[in-house]
Structures are given as C-alpha cells and as structure tokens.
Design a protein around this ligand. Structure first.
Ligand SMILES: NC(=O)C1=CN([C@@H]2O[C@H](COP(=O)(O)OP(=O)(O)OC[C@H]3O[C@@H](n4cnc5c(N)ncnc54)[C@H](OP(=O)(O)O)[C@@H]3O)[C@@H](O)[C@H]2O)C=CC1
Ligand SMILES: O=C(O)C(=O)[C@@H](O)[C@H](O)C(=O)CO
Length: 276
C-alpha cells in the first residue's frame, strides 16, 4: 500500500493527498469542507487570494476534529511580497483561519519582475522560528529561483506546489526536487477535468483495474511521490478521490500516463506570469 503521509525535510509530516479549495465558498463551501474532513481528508489547501480562509475556519470548527490531526496550508499573495508586508499578510490569514498555527505557508507565485520573493522568504523563516507556521515552502518556483532562496538565506523550501498532471508531468523539476529534499505538491492534479479523464490511455487502465479515470490519475501522482490536492464540490467525487491508496500502478502504466505530456493548461509559466 502507498504511504498515506510523507516526512518533510524539516521533520514535519504532510498527508499524501489533500483537498483543493479554490472555488469552495460560502455555506456550500463550508459544508463541502466539513464533509471532506469527516470522510478522511486531513490536508486542506487554501490561499489568501481564494477569499475563503474564513470558510475553511468555519469548516474546521464545525468538523470538530483534533487540530493537530489537520494540515492546513495557506499562501502569500503577490501584492504582499516584502519583509513587513509578508508578516502582516500572514497575520491576516492566521486570524481569518482562526488558528494558532498554520501547518504550511507558501509563497503563492514568485512574481520575478517584482523581485521581492527573497524578502518574503526571510520573513517566512521568522514565522517558522516563532512557531506560528510549522513548515514553509513555495509555489510555482523554478530551480534557479529555489537555488537563489538557498544561496541568499541558507534555507530551502520543503515543498514546491506546482502545476502537475499527466499533460504536464514536470520530470525535470521533480528530479531537482528529489535532489534537494523538496516535496512536490500537484495543483490542478486532474487537469481541471478537461478531456484528460477521457484519454484512452487512462480509461483503459481504469477499466482493467476496476477504478475510475480520476482514481487512476491520482494513483499516478502517488506513484510519482507527489501530493495531489484535487478539488471537488461533490461529496461522492471527493470520496472517490480519497479512495486511491490501494491502486498501485505498475511502472508501464505510470509511463503510459506520463506519455500524455503536452504542456501547461494555460499560460502559468512562473518566469512570465505575475499574479498579485
Ligand atoms: N498554487 C497554485 O498556483 C494553484 C493551486 N491550486 C490548488 O489546487 C487545487 C486543485 O486544482 P483545481 O484547479 O481545482 O483543479 P483539479 O485538477 O483539482 O480539478 C477540479 C475539477 O475536477 C472536477 N473533479 C474533481 N474530482 C473529480 C472526479 N473524481 N471525477 C470527475 N471530475 C472531478 C471538479 O468538479 P466538481 O467540483 O464538480 O467535482 C473540478 O471541475 C485548487 O483547488 C487549489 O487549492 C490550483 C491552481 C493553482
Ligand atoms: O488557484 C490558484 O492558486 C491560482 O494561483 C490561480 O492562478 C488559478 O490557477 C487561476 O485563477 C486560474 O485561472
């Protein structure tokens, strides 16, 4: 059986799969996240920019599970890059989340033209030292950006959350992560339910294994050692997405799925895309 959690380089533990929450808002969002937690999701992925940190907070209160059993991630928006701005932004996120600590805090996008992500990283190191953040990482960073963080601060992120799905398997970036003890987290792991789930290569494996196409794609992420964070507003699909640990793909199946590579879903090249 595939591991249900991984050790991070800083000694903390991250669940092997999580719940994406982009678009889970209002009361229906609260209900969805509560039911996800009751069904066994432990990693909840939000961001300042999703505008739903209070929705996540309400769901955590209502789910009534031990706080230390949950792994809550939020992210610093581009417009708050900078030493003081990062500390202030984090405090707003923490208050909205109504938490004593956040398990994983990520720089959402590097915004290289602004060039202030190293300042933010220094503040994130301070937040970790203060204990209000357990693990610090980044999202959408390239190897040269990661090298720079390490060269200027002496500390590597323990997670890089990046676009990753069978259309964009990111082999080179994952190899870099493996060399530097960075855990890969996969955003849009189902490629936002485009035609991916109807790809013959995936449907064929699903039929042979008695699984759904989404389960096959999520098992592929697990086989790569990446942490997928699928989002679903539907309870049955959320349960389906969590029920993947018994589906261990063979090397040939992993290879066939990786063979669907064709590129990014949209223009989210971190060297070019600036998101505030
Ligand atoms: N760091 C970053 O820059 C980014 C981070 N993210 C994070 O990643 C998360 C996931 O990415 P997201 O873009 O939402 O895309 P996903 O790849 O998770 O796809 C979500 C879509 O797939 C559908 N879906 C979910 N499960 C199934 C299933 N079992 N069968 C069929 N369809 C299914 C959902 O529909 P339905 O809801 O109707 O089930 C929804 O339309 C986000 O919510 C966010 O937390 C996303 C983008 C960028
Ligand atoms: O969802 C996120 O975390 C983002 O960073 C957004 O860029 C998101 O992918 C989006 O808005 C896509 O249109």
């Amino acid at each position: 059986m595939t591991a249900h959690a991984y050790a991070l380089a800083d000694g903390n533990t991250i669940p092997a799969i999580g719940l994406g929450t982009y678009g889970l808002n209002d009361q229906s969002g609260v209900d969805a996240i509560v039911s996800a937690i009751h069904d066994g999701y432990r990693l909840i992925d939000t961001a300042y920019n999703y505008g739903n940190e209070e929705v996540v907070a309400e769901a955590i209160r209502r789910a009534d599970v031990d706080r230390s059993d949950l792994f809550v991630t939020t992210k610093l928006p581009g417009r708050h890059h900078g030493v003081d701005e990062t500390l202030a932004s984090f405090e707003q996120s923490r208050k909205r989340l109504d938490l004593d600590w956040v398990d994983l805090y990520l720089i959402h996008w590097p915004n290289p033209k602004r060039d202030r992500y190293v300042d933010s990283w220094r503040s994130m190191i301070k937040l970790k030292e203060r204990g209000v953040v357990r693990s610090i990482g980044v999202s959408n960073f390239t190897p040269p950006m990661l090298d720079r963080l390490f060269a200027e601060t002496g500390l590597m992120p323990v997670v890089n959350q990046v676009e990753l799905h069978p259309y964009f398997p990111q082999a080179e970036l994952r190899a870099y992560h493996a060399e530097h003890a960075i855990r890969t987290e996969s955003w849009s792991p189902l490629a936002k339910r485009t035609e991916l789930l109807a790809e013959p290569a995936i449907v064929e494996i699903a039929e042979r294994r008695g699984a759904t196409p989404a389960q096959v794609v999520l098992a592929w992420h697990l086989a790569l050692g990446a942490v997928p964070i699928p989002k679903s507003a539907d309870a049955a699909r959320r349960r389906e997405n969590l029920d993947v640990f018994d589906l261990e793909l063979e090397a040939g199946e992993v290879e066939a799925i990786s063979g669907l590579e064709r590129g990014r879903l949209w223009g989210a090249d971190p060297d070019m895309h600036e998101e505030m």
